[in-house]
Design a protein. Structure first.
Length: 283
């Protein structure tokens, strides 16, 4: 009875976290569209997210639907199945699509947005983000070459194709560790969170808690905590997201609270400010 109840709770938590995390991608592009501007946000965040969520989507697909990957997982984890659910696949695929759309908003001519100075913070993809993307792809290619060259027979102790899937999933983990930093720095430079939607952060925070809760419930139902160690990316995503969400919440509600009408980025101003406010400030 208790197990059946927890299975239902896990299912509910899984789809609620999927809904919250999926919904968290909409406030920012909607805000950009309303303001007809991306001032106050950085292209680094959605750009690196495209690669990260694409990697997460591929790895979830493999763990859930690939017979070979599931066999190799079972060989390494006492015959158990991966703690990846259908909602994980849906979330990653949806996130990849929305992030692609957000990236296009940084091309003003496509959306009729105001043009940003090329030198304003976040207007262009930074060299560090380009380097991270190329390095992540190179790392996966190296693992593919190793697995293809070794032909180890025992997936439990040797190199196997599941290691390629783990490498792809670690791309998402590494990206999550660094992707929030450019926006945190931009908020600090602006001394404001204008242009950065706090609603996406609140939804992300809720989704992170429920994602971790689902993972722990699923592992408890299997009576084996290797369900957590076997899915380190999902565990890390939730914890890392919560950590950075707390920073954004502090920036918005405490550190820069009251600076809603202050946004100067190399001479650019928030398009939503009333004309009389602008005139008063100039005067």
């Amino acid at each position: 009875m208790a197990a059946s109840f927890l299975e239902v709770v896990s299912l509910i938590f899984g789809w609620i976290y999927t809904f919250c995390w999926s919904l968290s991608f909409y406030p920012q592009p909607i805000l950009n569209f309303r303001r007809k501007s991306t001032v106050g946000t950085t292209i680094d965040f959605p750009a690196i997210n495209v690669l990260g969520f694409a990697a997460y989507f591929v790895s979830n697909l493999a763990f859930l639907f690939s017979p070979q990957i599931r066999r190799e997982y079972a060989a390494r984890h006492h015959g158990l199945t991966p703690t990846v659910a259908l909602n994980d696949v849906y979330f990653a695929g949806h996130a990849t699509l929305i992030c692609c759309i957000i990236v296009t908003q940084f091309i003003p001519s496509l959306w009729g947005f105001e043009k940003r100075s090329k030198h304003s913070p976040g207007a262009r993809i930074s060299k560090s983000i380009w380097g991270l993307q190329l390095g992540s792809i190179l790392g996966v290619l190296i693992v593919i070459i190793i697995v293809a060259a070794r032909h180890d027979e025992d997936p439990a102790t040797g190199w196997a194709w599941i290691d390629v899937i783990y490498a792809i999933s670690y791309v998402k983990l590494i990206i999550t560790l660094v992707k929030y930093t450019p926006q945190i720095i931009t908020n600090y430079q602006n001394q404001s969170t204008v242009g950065w939607s706090i609603y996406q952060i609140l939804l992300d925070f809720t989704g992170g808690i429920l994602s971790i809760a689902q993972l722990f419930i699923d592992s408890w139902l299997q009576r084996d905590w290797s369900g957590i160690t076997g899915n380190p990316v999902k565990l890390a995503l939730g914890n890392i997201s919560i950590f950075f969400d707390i920073i954004f919440i502090a920036q918005h509600y405490w550190l820069y609270s009251g600076n809603e009408e202050k946004l100067a980025v190399n001479g650019e101003e928030d398009p939503l400010l009333h004309s009389e406010d602008r005139a008063a400030r100039v005067a």
